[in-house]
Design a protein. Structure first.
Length: 260
């Protein structure tokens, strides 16, 4: 049974210039324990789809289930079963790593002792133990990203959504993050929904890729299959295939506030 299943998932925004169909009908399935790479150029509907699947934005059409819960009828059930790591993160720079992790546990209704134990467990798993008493504002980019992921794992979710997880990281921190993502799936059979603009990251991590453009799914398959079908030559790259599918190159991450 799919962990994520959508049928005609859609979102229309009402603007002063009229309705804008950001997502026109997304059909996809994600299998248990799969790492899915969700790709698309800026404005393709990728971010809007992610926001709907994580209950941050209600759909205006279609249906979806996430971890066995109906997205519209049971959004609280969805939130209990997913972890979400936003691109910008969300830690308080003025508190320690330990305080941030314990507070996150308390927000998930863990008792104080249980939240403290869970914080230490997560710190050990994600290489943060020596940083537990350091202020979050003093962490490096790679350390902050590991903390963001630790917070998303506090309640042992069935599905982890990672939105542009390596944006802004140096090559070493990026490689460490890739190893962590692989380990989460290997050790916990976790389903991971990954959005990224880095095609090398998608190819290295994802079992399967879904490409969206103009609010719909335009291609899906393994990186090898997409290169073979759309690349145009035996030595084609994923970038070649992406351009053939969308007519555009993979955009580099930017700070466009209204990107959908």
């Amino acid at each position: 049974m799919p962990v994520i299943s959508t049928a005609g998932l859609a979102r229309t925004f009402q603007t002063k210039h009229g309705p804008v169909e950001a997502v026109r009908g997304i059909d996809l399935t994600v299998r248990p324990g799969e790492i899915l790479g969700f790709l698309g150029p800026n404005g393709a509907g990728k971010t809007t789809t992610l926001r709907m699947l994580t209950t941050l934005l209600p759909p205006t059409g279609g249906a979806a289930t996430v971890a066995g819960c109906d997205l519209v009828r049971d959004p609280a059930g969805v939130r209990r079963k997913i972890g979400y790591v936003a691109q910008s993160g969300g830690v308080d720079p003025s508190v320690s790593v330990r305080e941030e992790l314990v507070t996150q546990g308390r927000l998930y209704r863990l008792g104080k002792a249980e939240a403290t134990a869970r914080a230490e467990e997560l710190a050990a798993e994600l290489g943060l133990t020596e940083l537990l008493d350091r202020k979050c504002g003093a962490l490096s980019g790679g350390q902050r990203r590991r903390l963001d992921i630790a917070m998303g794992l506090t309640h042992r979710p069935a599905v982890l959504f990672l939105d542009e997880p390596s944006t802004g990281l140096d090559p070493g921190s990026r490689a460490d993050l890739w190893d962590l993502i692989r380990r989460l799936r290997a050790d916990h059979s976790m389903t991971i929904f990954l959005t990224t603009h880095y095609l090398d990251e998608a190819e290295a991590l994802a079992d399967r890729l879904v490409v969206v453009d103009k609010g719909t799914v335009v291609a899906e398959g393994t990186a090898t299959a997409l290169k073979a079908e759309y690349g145009g030559s035996p030595g084609a790259t994923l970038q070649d295939a992406f351009i053939a599918i969308t007519g555009r190159g993979a955009a580099q991450p930017d700070a466009t506030p209204l990107a959908v």
